[in-house]
Structures are given as structure tokens and as C-alpha cells.
Design a protein around this ligand. Structure first.
Ligand code: ADP
Ligand code: MG
Length: 386
């Protein structure tokens, strides 16, 4: 968000609470370039931070009161007591920041209250992690104001725990790590086993390229329960192969591993996970070599795997990928949990308009809601902005 955005959120805070905030922080949404459903298999993912951010103006309090307000939600200030926070309390959107306070206190940090007012430019429910942006901006602000001295990866882990245990969403750690740890001009290679990270150069504009995000604007009900079902299938596969997680099956061992599995469904899930971990390796090697264009076909192969093996795509996302590729894109794939949400499309900068137009026309012809398309400029992770 621009500096004027920061000023607007600070002004909103002062109007609500009657004094200027102690500071203003920002944390971005993210999009995953490659590595899908690999995180809970202790494999690899490669997200990048978006220019879209949640911005929070925050002051510390020492009287146990937590006040929360979002400029994007119609409703009054939510007022809670930090020592009464409990998972399952229905606080709506406020559960995300409140969960962070709860988890920090549970970890022994003396967070004694806060006033928070926030606004976000991260689209919600589009698979771009508006929820992680909210958690991470809260965690970073409290870390600074209460001088907790936590590192970025530690803040990400705590923010994930807030979403898992307080909000009740069983997400992996990728979203929060991306929001907390990404840097401008890079994608983030995250090893979901030991949580080690590496910044991988992904300077699209230097190469005359764009990565378009296409928000399909749909979310199919089919997705409910699918995550748990895929997770169970992967665990069954790992057990049958005698490993703790599918991460432990090397790509070279995949044919032999598949031959040992007699359940067709489990075989497909194993093939997706092991091959997507391999695609992360391929993308990293290409980016390290500066051959950014060559990742396009790897993205498209990743889509085929999500569509045919994991079976989490949907007609709208398939249409984005086939139309974009037919219109000259270098490659494309759905991204995130599937059954709707967004796709990423790698294009020559000079082709961005033609490809966007083709996708819009194809959606109109199919009678679908017009998608939202914007470039994913690899941006900075969470930071203090005022
Ligand atoms: P995603 O993280 O993919 O955008 P989620 O369902 O995980 O989707 O998170 C979306 C939820 O996060 C919203 O329903 C809302 O509760 C909360 N949220 C996101 N942005 C804001 C905001 N600007 N103000 C208040 N709540 C928000
Ligand atoms: Mg989310």
C-alpha cells in the first residue's frame, strides 16, 4: 500500500480511538508459483509476495483490553479482554488478529493489550491469503511494540498456529511464511520440513515478463472436504511406501513407488506430490540460471498434474490455462487450494494485454463471471511503514 494508504489508516485509527497510533505496519498477500499440496507432505513450495497488503495502525495497551476494527467490514469496534480469549469464540473476522494475541500469550509473551485499526488491498477468498496478511501484520506490530524479539520465521509459525488453533483452519505454514519472509524481486523457496528458506531471484520486469494472476471469482462447494481427503490419501500413500512423508520419495524412485501401490486414487496423489516437488527443483534451477521463460512449460505441466492426478481444478481454471496458452502465454497453472480461486499465467510483457483479452472473452463466451486479472510483482514481505 502507498504511503498515503498508510496515512489514511493512521487517520482512521485516530478518528476511532482518539489518539495517533504508535506505528503502522504492512504485510502482503501471496501467490504460489509452484509446489501445490506439497507443504503437508513436508516438501517444497515457492510463493512470492504480492504488492497487495494488509495495513494495520496499532498502539500497545497495558490494561488487558484488545480493540479491533477493520475499515473493510461494516461494524463497530470489537472489544475483547486478552485474558479471556478462547478458541471457538465467534468473533468473525476479528478471530484472525485476536488469535495472534492468544497464541503469543500462550507462548509466554506478555502482550497486555492493543488498539488495532486495519485495511487491506488483498482480495479476500481468492486464494491470495488475505487471512495470513492479517495475522502477520498483527504479529509483526506486536513483536515490535512489545519488543518480543521474535524472528520472521518464528512469527510466521505463531501466525499459522493462530489460524489452525484459534480460527480453526488447518492450513500449512506457507502463507504466513511468504507474508513474513518474502523480499522484493524474489520468490521464496521454503522447505516445509525444516522451514529453511532461500530467496530465489525472480525479477520479471528485468526479463520483459509478467506473471498475471487471474482470479476466477468462483469457489466451488466441492472444495469443502477435498483438502482433508487429499491429505488422508497422501498419508495412506506414505504409509504404504514405508516413509513418514511423501517428501522422502525421490523423483527417480517414483516409477518403482507407483508400482507398489494398488489403489489408483492413492497412486495419482503420490504421483502429483512427488512430481510437484520435482517441479519446484526444476523451477529453482531455471531461475538460478536466469532462464525465466523456460519455467513456463513447467507451470503448465503442474496444472495438468493438479487437474488429472490430484483432481482439484475446475472448468473455470482449466479455461484460464488453455485459453492463455493458446493466446501465446509461456505457461500457466491454477494456484492454491483449487476448486476455484486463482491461476498464474507467465507472459511476455508485450503479450499481457492480448492474453488478458482472450481470457476475458473466453469467460464471457462460457457465461462465467468476468475474472479479475492483475500482474503479480514479486514484492516485499511484512514491514513497518510508519
Ligand atoms: P484467503 O486467505 O484466501 O483470502 P480466507 O477465507 O482464508 O481466504 O480468509 C478470508 C477472511 O479473512 C475473510 O472472510 C475475513 O474474515 C478475513 N479478512 C481478510 N481481509 C480482511 C479485512 N480487510 N478486514 C477484515 N477481515 C478480513
Ligand atoms: Mg486464508
Amino acid at each position: 500500500m502507498s504511503e498515503s494508504g498508510a496515512a489514511a489508516v493512521a487517520a482512521g485509527f485516530e478518528e476511532l480511538y482518539g489518539a495517533a497510533p504508535h506505528g503502522v505496519w504492512a504485510a502482503p498477500g501471496r501467490v504460489n508459483l509452484i509446489g501445490e499440496y506439497t507443504d503437508f507432505n513436508e516438501g517444497f513450495v515457492m510463493p512470492l509476495a504480492l504488492p497487495h497488503t494488509a495495513v494495520a495502525a496499532v498502539s500497545r495497551r497495558d490494561d488487558g483490553v484488545l480493540r479491533l476494527h477493520s475499515a473493510d467490514i461494516d461494524g463497530p469496534v470489537v472489544e475483547l479482554r486478552v485474558d479471556e480469549l478462547q478458541p471457538g469464540t465467534d468473533t468473525g473476522w476479528a478471530a484472525y488478529p485476536a488469535g495472534v494475541v492468544w497464541v503469543l500469550r500462550g507462548a509466554g509473551h506478555a502482550v497486555t493489550g492493543a488498539d488495532i485499526h486495519l485495511a487491506s488491498t488483498v482480495p479476500t477468498g481468492a486464494g491470495l491469503s488475505s487471512s495470513a496478511a492479517l495475522e502477520v501484520v498483527t504479529a509483526l506490530a506486536l513483536n515490535d511494540l512489545f519488543e518480543l524479539g521474535l524472528t520472521r520465521p518464528e512469527l510466521a509459525k505463531l501466525a499459522q498456529r493462530a489460524e489452525n488453533d484459534f480460527v480453526g483452519v488447518p492450513c500449512g505454514v506457507m502463507d504466513q511464511t511468504a507474508s513474513a519472509c518474502c523480499t522484493e524481486g524474489n520468490a521464496l523457496h521454503l522447505d516445509c520440513r525444516d522451514l529453511s528458506i532461500r530467496q530465489v531471484p525472480f525479477d520479471l520486469s528485468a526479463h520483459g515478463l509478467q506473471l498475471l494472476v487471474v482470479d476466477s471469482r468462483v469457489k466451488h462447494a466441492l472444495g469443502d472436504g477435498a483438502y482433508a481427503e487429499r491429505r488422508e490419501g497422501c498419508e495412506t500413500g506414505a504409509r504404504a511406501l514405508g516413509v513418514s512423508h511423501l517428501r522422502d520419495i525421490a523423483y527417480e524412485e517414483l516409477p518403482a513407488a507407483l508400482a507398489k501401490l494398488d489403489d489408483e486414487r492413492v497412486r495419482r496423489y503420490v504421483r502429483h506430490v512427488v512430481s510437484d516437488d520435482h517441479r519446484v527443483d526444476q523451477v529453482i534451477a531455471l531461475l538460478d540460471a536466469g532462464d525465466v521463460r523456460a519455467i513456463g512449460p513447467v507451470l503448465t505441466e503442474g496444472h495438468a498434474s493438479l487437474r488429472d492426478d490430484l483432481r482439484i481444478s475446475c472448468p473455470e481454471l482449466d479455461l484460464v490455462v488453455s485459453t492463455a496458452n493458446a493466446a501465446g502465454a509461456l505457461g500457466a497453472r491454477m494456484t492454491g487450494g483449487g476448486f476455484g480461486g486463482s491461476a498464474v499465467v507467465l507472459v511476455e510483457e508485450s503479450d499481457a494485454e492480448t492474453v488478458t483479452k482472450s481470457v476475458m472473452e473466453a469467460f464471457a463466451a462460457a457465461g462465467y463471471t468476468a475474472p479479475r486479472v492483475f500482474p503479480a510483482v514479486p514484492s516485499a514481505g511484512a514491514r513497518r511503514i510508519a
